[in-house]
Design a protein around this ligand. Sequence first.
Ligand code: SPD
Length: 303
Amino acid sequence: MTATTTTTAPATVISDGWVIETFEGFLKTGYATTGAPVFDAHSDFQHVQIVPTQALGNMLLLDGCMMTTERDEFIYHEMITHMPLLAHPNPQSILIIGGGDGGAVREALKHPSVTEVVLCEIDGMVIDACRQHLPTIAGPWLDDARVTVKVADGIAYVRDCDRSFDVILVDSTDPTGPGEVLFSPEFYQNAARILNPGGIMVNQTESPIAMPAAYHRVQRRLKGIFSVVAPYTATIPTYPGGLWSWTFCSNGVGPLENIRDAAAAQLEQTTRYYNRQIHRAAFALPNFMRQADRPILNTAANH
Ligand code: SPD
């Protein structure tokens, strides 16, 4: 297994009315809290915390890393889900690796073509804590008849999988802790193997501002496996650097050629971030994302 140690778990402090994540010693993200954590426990894999914040409602942290919040989660979950599902001609079977907060499941089920969603999350504590304290993200859709929840290691699941999917969403943590292997070439190879013909994988691929080396390394790895590798962005207030990336991968289907217009128009009745103009604009990249030699921060994380 090729590991990808590119980031260290952030030093995070929850005290004096603030939750403050310090990323790699050079970047702090902080939000005012409205009380003590409503959930705080160590699973077999990581430290799981949910803390109430003034601006963004309840916030999930894993090993001190801000993962999602009640108020801004829609940006991330709509962007990881709807781009591939609307570029695919008929997405029926969806595999979500990670994503134990349930947000990507919720969005996938908005597509009438979807008959099956398999959620493979390594940490059952994340699912249970989110069900209890983030009910608008991990809501009743996790009990939908189309959804199968597997508490299992995603890397082993794709390695041993003897079936295939139309779309795979890799809704991982950063490349540190239990999520690190989900950035390895071996994982990408196995994910490509279990895609149906015409299938699409989308991965969360980190902040091109705060983690340029991780971002560019992932792009190189994906290009070794997929013929279509198309990064796209949105701004996520809680993530280091603000600007976040996902990468659309396939061996044929492009992200923009065949956006299903009628399905997208229908979907736009429910989305808060996604629309077809966003879909097209999100793939327009600044030069520092196109070229690895143009990082905008002068930090060790660039190397
Ligand atoms: N640095 C934070 C990266 C978080 C990416 N995953 C978020 C999971 C939301 N379902």
